[in-house]
Write a protein that binds this ligand. Structure first.
Ligand code: PHE
Ligand code: ZN
Length: 880
């Protein structure tokens, strides 16, 4: 079959399952290459099912070794079994049981889906369609069953045996070296939430008392010797549990909450009921090996998976098109949690940065899709920034638009009405419609239309009439498969500021719905008039990034500079500087490409000094404000004929001008000690961020003395944040001490694969013509492992996504390196391969030579025989 011949699954084709499976008893007898799984299923036809409808169960690469119906072996002609499905041709009309036995080879399961082994530990990954690699099943999220799982293994190989729910029984198996455990999960759940873990693991334990006084045992299981690295994860878990009670009224619902950290995992973590399985990089942390960002990520991912217990598990998805029902909502919840744990403004700015650098480009290219897609060929390719991050923005817009009270009522209604169900986005939105009394039909377009809306604003002040008029215009640019789009509902938080920065309150507003400080657009063109404006004002629009749109304001440099220093909304202060920097970088890029001399704008350069010196601003905010838009941001803004080298040069030019103009202030900032011993809290992290940002500016202009200072910082650092910051400067600026420091780092951290990932990443992101050769050599480093997803992300993915000049080398060698890495892993692990290939998504916006190079490599990949469905789908869409 040609790779593009795979059929698409369509939302409109959804039909309820003809059969239900009320109960599942699994008996899993573990052995490395021959595990047997006996699944006893209690099946009954749904009310709407006509008698004699065949029962068709999903499978994936399965070997059937036994089959009984109501306790009797099934005759050969009564069923049909292939590795990919099991048909029971004429099932009984009443309820019946099926006993299916399959045989698995976990040791050689390299796709990391289904039952596999990670460093000897047996573990499972079932979302989205991995349960069908364990047994034949109705492997769809709207089939909810109560699971009882008996696990058997050699006691010495796997002293720890875990599954979902509560532990019912455990003991030795007489006359053997094996033992067993029986777990029971009383909550009906879809198969994608099933999990099993067995291995020789260490346990870190704690407890939590829920708001109604029930005790919950908390356990984190890790490799022996890593127990000391779990404190932060455990602390984050307890804070998450308390927060969900306080803010959403959600209590935990089992006697035990188990988390297991594994080192081979395709994604971040998985919310299996009562047994979360994590990529160990989102669990393990100490100051020696984890950065401040790692600590923040751990806190967020722990919270995210825990919050899924209600948004995802208690209430799950009817089908995979509804993925953002659980993901968008749960990301929104974890972002709110982190906002409460840390600086809200800083968290918001970081989230928006992520959205703009990852989701906006996705939404502007060939991989663009609605937050709720209408069709897919491979669901694994839809765990995207659009579903997660834009999905979260939609929930946040509901809160902004409807107000806190109606939002809370809508959430409560959702929990009350849909608990125990597999449901849809429509059902979710209906709760807010009822709670608010508003018609949300048009708002629903956010789920159905791809693309980032662009809102242009032209403003006019009439002193005589005392009015400010805004002419607003919204459009979504055409996309593959979406030639045109309808106007969206766009809530804009706003304020009007006079020349002293004081807020001016209008007497009346016409032309848009207004509630408090939120005005909502809902037409392609709209004129909004503010009355009673007795002095000239500047509008501050989209405060807090109240809608995921691209705002094009008609304000000039002076206006933005004013907002950058006077806006009471920290997000818009940050945004104003970003907007100016973007304009400036685009202008400089143009000059550089034309071979003309270019001089950065003095006022803008000056403004950065203002931020640096403003002690009233928190250090974390200053560090973010001093960070220019990324080279990828500028590429996305340009949208066509992108020359990454020119963008890089423009970036350097502006950074250097800022560094030169404020060298003394940067020296002072870089020399300010962060008080006390290392602590990962947000305040100390912010102080470190500012010090390291200042050091980064010094590195651009400094001579030998600065180089020595950076080398000293590297040697003397007592935490990973400072050490890796210094190493990055040494390597990315090609300073004399770089090779020595790289060696020292490698020696120091050779025993920590997660720390070594940073070492690979620093080298992969170096903007130098020598990088590619260096990476090729690194793939042969004994500490590199070309089958581990974290290593591949650190070396190949960070090169593809974080090194625009070298990935898009004119000779195509960067593209070839990434494509060949993808092909090398595709047969073993299609998910990781397709993840690498998504980095080609913006190839059409490159200038001709580079675009041609990318296209020919994509075509070569597409024509490779035996390409996985995952990779074929990405490449096919990239080429469309
Ligand atoms: N559901 C997981 C999460 O968002 C992500 C995931 C998807 C993990 C598929 C593994 C496989 O939390
Ligand atoms: Zn999730």
């Amino acid at each position: 079959m040609r790779p593009d011949a795979a059929p698409a699954i369509r939302l409109e084709d959804y039909t309820p399952s003809p059969y239900r499976i009320d109960r599942v008893h699994l008996t899993v007898k573990l052995a490395p290459t021959a595990t047997s799984v006996e699944a006893k299923l209690w099946v009954r036809a749904a009310d709407h099912t006509t008698a004699g409808t065949p029962l068709v169960l999903d499978g994936d690469a399965l070997t059937l070794t036994g089959l009984e119906l109501n306790g009797l072996p099934l005759l050969q002609n009564a069923f049909m079994a292939t590795p990919a499905r099991l048909d029971i041709k004429d099932p009984p009309s009443g309820p019946f049981t099926l006993k299916i036995t399959t045989q698995l080879d976990p040791e050689n399961n390299t796709a990391l889906m289904g039952l596999y082994r990670s460093s000897g530990t047996y573990c499972t990954q079932c979302e989205a369609e991995g349960f069908r690699r364990i047994t034949y099943f109705l492997d769809r999220p709207d089939v909810l069953s109560v699971y009882t799982t008996r696990i058997e293994a050699r006691a010495s190989e796997a002293p720890v045996l875990l599954s979902n729910g509560n532990l019912l029984d455990h003991g030795k198996i007489a006359g053997t070296d094996r033992h067993f455990a029986v777990w029971h999960d009383p909550h009906p759940k879809p198969s994608y939430l099933f999990a099993l873990v067995a291995g020789d693991l260490a346990r870190v334990t704690d407890s939590f008392t829920t708001m109604s006084g029930r005790p919950v045992a908390l356990n984190i299981y890790v490799e022996h010797g890593r127990e000391g690295l779990c404190d932060w994860a455990m602390d984050s878990l307890k804070r998450s549990m308390r927060w969900d009670e306080t803010v959403f009224g959600r209590e935990y619902d089992l006697e035990v909450f188990n988390i297991v950290a594994v080192s081979d995992f395709n994604m971040g973590a998985m919310e299996n009921k009562g047994l979360n399985i994590f990529n160990d990089k989102y669990i393990l942390a100490d100051p020696e090996t984890a950065t401040d960002q790692d600590y923040a990520n751990i806190e967020a991912v722990i919270a995210h998976e825990y919050f899924h217990n209600w948004t995802g598990n208690r209430i799950t998805c009817r089908d995979w098109f509804q993925l953002c029902l659980k993901e968008g909502l749960t990301v929104f919840r974890d972002q709110e949690f982190s906002g409460d744990m840390r600086s809200r403004a800083v968290k918001r700015i970081s989230d928006v940065r992520l959205l703009k650098t990852h989701q906006f480009p996705e939404d502007a290219g060939p991989l663009a899709h609605p937050v709720r897609p209408r069709k897919y060929k491979e669901i694994n390719n839809f765990y995207t920034a659009t579903v997660y991050e834009k999905g979260a923005e939609i929930v946040r817009m509901l809160k902004t638009w409807l107000g806190d009270g109606a939002f809370r009522d809508g959430m409560n209604l959702y929990f009350r009405r849909h608990d125990g169900e597999a449901t849809t986005i429509e059902a979710f939105i209906a709760c807010f419609q009822e709670a608010s009394g508003k018609d949300l039909t048009q708002f629903f377009r956010w789920y159905e239309q791809a693309g980032t809306p662009k809102v242009t604003v032209r403003s006019a002040y009439d002193r005589k009439a005392m009015t400010l008029t805004l002419h607003l215009n919204q459009t979504i640019p055409p996309l593959p498969g979406q030639p045109s789009a309808q106007p969206a509902v766009i809530p804009l938080r706003f304020a009007l500021l006079d020349e002293r920065g004081q807020e001016v309150i209008p007497a009346r507003i016409d032309g848009a719905e207004v509630r408090g400080d939120v005005l909502t657009l809902d037409r392609a063109r709209q004129t909004v008039t503010f009355h009673g404006i007795d002095r000239p004002v500047l509008p501050s629009l989209g405060r807090g990034f109240s809608a995921p749109v691209q705002l094009e304001l008609d304000q000039n440099t002076q206006d933005f500079l004013f907002l950058a220093s006077h806006d009471a909304d920290p997000f818009n202060r940050w945004q104003s500087l970003q907007t100016l920097s973007t304009r400036e970088l685009i202008r400089l890029t143009g000059h550089i490409r034309a071979g003309e001399p270019a001089e950065p704008d003095r006022d803008l350069v000056q403004a950065f000094g203002g931020v640096l010196g403003d002690d009233a601003l928190e250090p974390a905010f200053r560090a973010l404000a001093l960070t220019l838009p990324t080279e990828l941001d500028i590429a996305r803004e340009l949208g066509q004929s992108v020359d990454p080298d020119a963008i890089h040069a423009a970036q350097r030019l502006l950074l250097k001008a800022i560094a030169t103009a404020h060298s003394t202030a940067f020296e002072t900032a870089a020399a300010s000690p962060v008080p006390g011993p290392y602590s990962p809290d947000a305040k100390a992290a912010g102080q470190r961020a500012l010090v390291n940002k200042a050091l980064g500016y010094l590195a651009l202009t400094g001579g030998e003395e600065t180089a020595r200072l950076i080398a000293r910082r590297f040697e003397q650092a007592d935490n990973m944040t400072d050490r890796i910051a210094a190493l990055t400067l040494l390597v990315h600026h090609d300073l004399a001490d770089a090779p020595k420091a790289l060696d020292a780092f490698r020696k120091r951290h050779a025993g920590s694969p997660l720390a070594m990932d940073k070492w690979f990443q620093v080298q992969a992101t170096a903007p130098s013509g020598a990088t590619l050769a260096r990476l090729r050599a690194l793939t042969r480093d004994p500490l590199y492992d070309a089958s581990n997803p974290n290593r591949i992300r650190a070396l190949v993915q960070s090169f593809a996504m974080g090194n625009p000049t070298q990935f898009a080398r004119k000779d195509g060698a960067g593209f070839a390196f990434v494509a060949d890495s993808a092909l090398a892993i595709d047969g073993r692990n299609p998910q990781v391969a397709s993840m690498l290939l998504t980095s080609f998504r913006s190839w059409r916006s490159l200038e001709t030579a580079r675009a041609k190079a990318a296209e020919s490599i994509l075509k070569r990949v597409f024509e490779t025989g035996n390409l996985s469905r995952d990779s074929a789908d990405i490449v096919e869409r990239c080429l469309q």
